[in-house]
Write a new protein. Structure first.
Length: 463
């Protein structure tokens, strides 16, 4: 994931800066130049990068800093704060309430993934006990209604549209009214894809919004849009009250910087990310947990947004309530069993689950042969049973056993945070423990054990 590379470049720049014997303007400028370059390479819009650069220079005025202050720490803090600001719109988006009817309208560029995302959003809520419904107000693209209907049928979600009516405003109003009468609590209106150059289509979108009065307008953005994200997102925001962003196709090779631009242009948070074409390849995006300490922000970037709360959410979603505490206990003891793997397998594609764990970026995991020293794990029939029970290939189970064995041994002794909270993790972790969890490449990237110790001691990476 390219955000992981971005994290690597930023941490390297900070590392070089903290290694300098004297922190002067040249050292600061070199560090900022490196960070700027890394952000631009990740497709973050140049205005945002310039703003960040200026803000840091204003905060860190080396000439005026009182003697005795830790300049390294002040620079690090300023960089982290500015990175946070980029990811954080400053205010949460409107959150629909279960049981109370809400209208959510989806807008975005052609092919950004709106229709797919509407169904994913509906399906996500349906699994949590909501009564969602879909309305197709896309009369522009032939086949849009069929696509939505097909997806909706698969997920057993009611869907409204028309082959005869050509006015999207009329369809949207009729659909919303019908589903309100049917007591649906989440009415999702899919609209045509459009470009900021298409004034007539923008006017149409404005009229759909005016007529249906959505509680929330979601801007859907393809993560590969790159530098163009800012202007397009801003054009949508100027026509309708965009309140949230969903970034799609995060499973591809996109650089991800466009997401930061869309947050800035719409002043709205990213609430979900799409990670594949399938209905359940959809994840909550939450930057809040990373706010608990600078060190977590650092980890989030270095690990490509290692997502603790997503991991915990998955556990709460798919593991039966009475088994959750046992699972967490075993995870924290590094005590893995085949039963535990079966539960983990239920949580979704292996790479997705892995990438939620701090210190474990799926692409950083070494791929080799399974160590056959543990006969309990290697028992063929047990592996076959797991594969059958979880609907996976034997090869997949083998790969996962290998990867998890390595992770578990690293995680031994770590304290797991409660749902939604991460401060417990940072409080309970010392540099030794942290080094055990980090893949060797990452420890090297940080600057080795000594560097990790000094960062954690100086508070640069702690709460
Ligand atoms: N890999 C991947 N593909 C996605 C994702 N989301 C959507 N797609 C694919 O992107 C393509 C376009 O998706 P649609 O949902 O049809 O896009 P749209 O924005 O509704 O298109 P218009 O109505 O023409 O504007 C489809 O092939 C989807 O399967 C995602 O998160 N990952």
């Amino acid at each position: 994931m390219v955000l992981a590379q971005l994290g690597g470049s930023i941490s390297r720049a900070l590392h070089q800066m903290t290694n300098a014997t004297v922190i002067d303007d040249k050292v600061l400028n070199d560090c900022l130049k490196e960070i700027t370059r890394a952000l631009l390479r990740a497709d973050v819009q140049s205005n945002l990068v310039d703003d960040m650069h200026t803000n840091i220079k204003n905060i860190v005025n080396l000439q005026h800093l009182a003697a005795g202050l830790n300049k390294r720490k002040i620079i690090q803090q300023a960089v982290f704060d500015e990175l946070c600001k980029m990811l954080d719109a400053g205010k949460p988006s409107f959150t629909p309430k279960k049981g109370k009817s809400s209208v959510v309208m989806f807008v975005g560029l052609q092919g950004s993934g709106k229709t797919t995302t509407c169904t994913k959003y509906a399906y996500y809520h349906q699994k949590k006990g909501w009564k969602p419904a879909l309305v197709c107000a896309d009369t522009f693209r032939a086949g849009a209604f069929d696509q939505l209907k097909q997806n909706a049928t698969k997920a057993n979600i009611p869907c409204y549209g028309s082959y005869m009516e050509s006015d999207p405003v009329k369809i949207a109003v009729d659909g919303v009214e019908r589903f309100k009468n049917e007591n649906c609590d989440l009415i999702i209106v899919d609209t045509s894809g459009r470009h900021k150059q298409e004034a007539a289509l923008f006017e149409e979108m404005r009229r759909v919004s005016e007529a249906t009065k959505p509680d929330l307008v979601i801007f859907v953005m393809d993560s590969s849009i790159g530098q163009a994200a800012f202007d397009q997102a801003q054009a949508f925001k100027q026509s309708v009250a965009v309140g949230a962003v969903i970034v799609t196709k995060m499973d591809g090779h996109a650089k991800g910087g466009g997401a930061l631009s869309a947050v800035a242009a719409t002043k709205s948070p990213v609430i979900f990310i799409g990670t594949g074409e399938h209905m359940d390849e959809f994840e909550v995006f939450d930057v809040k947990p990373f706010h608990s300490s600078e060190y977590l922000i650092f980890l989030a970037f270095v690990l490509g947004m290692g997502d603790w709360s997503g991991f915990m959410d998955k556990i709460h979603e798919v593991i039966p309530m009475d088994q959750q505490s046992e699972l967490l206990q075993k995870l924290s003891e590094g005590n893995f069993t085949l039963k535990l793997f079966q539960n983990i397998l239920k949580m979704g594609p292996i790479s997705q689950v892995l990438s939620m764990l701090p210190g474990v970026s799926a692409e950083l995991m070494p791929k080799g042969q399974l160590d056959s020293s543990n006969p309990k794990i290697m028992n063929e029939s047990r592996i076959m049973r797991i594969a059958r029970g979880s609907g996976r290939q034997v090869r997949e189970v083998m790969e996962m056993l290998e990867e998890y064995k390595k992770i578990w041994s690293k995680m031994k002794g770590l304290k797991f945070p409660n749902k939604g909270g991460m401060s417990g993790l940072s409080r309970n972790m010392n540099a030794q423990q942290m080094a055990k969890v980090l893949p060797p490449q990452m420890l090297q990237q940080i600057g080795g054990m000594g560097r990790l110790q000094s960062l954690m001691k100086s508070g640069g990476l702690c709460t």
